[in-house]
Design a binder for this molecule. Sequence first.
Ligand SMILES: NC(=O)c1ccc[n+]([C@@H]2O[C@H](COP(=O)([O-])OP(=O)(O)OC[C@H]3O[C@@H](n4cnc5c(N)ncnc54)[C@H](OP(=O)(O)O)[C@@H]3O)[C@@H](O)[C@H]2O)c1
Length: 254
Amino acid sequence: MSGRLEGKRAIVTGASRGIGAAIARAYAKEGATVIISSRKQEGLDAVAAKINAEYPNSIVPMACHIGHRDQIKAFVQQVEAEHGRPHILVNNAATNPYFGPMFGIEESAWDKTFDVNVKGYFEMTRQVAQRWLDNDEAGSVVNIASVVGLRGAPFQGIYAMTKAAIISMTQTLSLELGQAKIRVNAVAPGLVDTHFASTIVNNPDMAKMFTDKSALKRHAQPEEITGITVFLGSEEASYVTGQTIAVDGGYTTT
Ligand SMILES: NC(=O)c1ccc[n+]([C@@H]2O[C@H](COP(=O)([O-])OP(=O)(O)OC[C@H]3O[C@@H](n4cnc5c(N)ncnc54)[C@H](OP(=O)(O)O)[C@@H]3O)[C@@H](O)[C@H]2O)c1
C-alpha cells in the first residue's frame, strides 16, 4: 500500500465483479474505505470478504439498483449516516441488454439502457455531489464511460449513445461544479475481459474486429483500468477535470 487514498471514502458502483471489483481492490490497496454496490448483496459480500482479507476493514458491501431513483437516494443517505460522506464517487455500474442494429431495439431495452446508464449515473452523482455543495466540501467523480461513446459502434449503438451522454455529462458538470472544487472526469475503456464483454471477448472473430483496430492488438484485463481511476480520485489529479481519458490499447488513435 502506498496510501495515495489514505483517509478517503469512496463509493464504487457495479463492484460485485469485473472492472468495478478491480477498482474497489485498487482503492483499498491505496488506503481508501470503499462502499461497493450492485443489485445483488451476495456478490458484493463475496468481493468484500476477498478484499477485506487482503486489506482489513477496507470494503463495505451495500446493495443498490441504480435504475431506481428511490434506491439511490436511500443508499447515499445510508452511506452518509453509517460511514460519513464519501470523498470520491466512481460511477461504474452499467447495462447493455441489446446487441444488434439500432433500429431493432425494443422500447423496454432502450428504456432500461438509458435508465441505468444515464439516469443512474446522473442521480447517483446528484445525490453525492449535492451533499458536497451543501457542506462546502471538495470531491471527485469518476465516470466509467467507454470508447464506444467516442466512435461509431455497430451492434452496440444504443449502449454507445448512453456512453456518449456520460461524456457530455462529465464535461458540463465539470464546468458547473468546478468552482466548488468538485472534479468530474470520465474513463473510456476499450475491450475488457469481463462478464459484460464476454460475448465479444469469447468470439474470436468479434474480438479481432476490436483488437485489429487497436495499437496493442489485444483486449485488457480489469486491473488495467484501475490505475487511471486511482489517479483521478486522488489529489494527484487536483488540476484535472472535465476530461475523458481513453484506456483502450490505442483503439481511438485512428
Ligand atoms: N468490459 C468492457 O469491455 C467494457 C468496455 C468499456 C466500458 N465498460 C464499462 O465498464 C463498466 C463495468 O463493466 P464490466 O465490464 O466490469 O461489467 P460486469 O463485469 O458485467 O459488471 C457489471 C457490474 O454492474 C452491476 N450492475 C449491473 N446492473 C446494475 C444496476 N442496474 N444497478 C447496480 N449495479 C448493476 C453488476 O452487478 P449485479 O448483477 O449484482 O447488479 C456488476 O457488479 C460499465 O460501465 C461498462 O459499460 C466495459
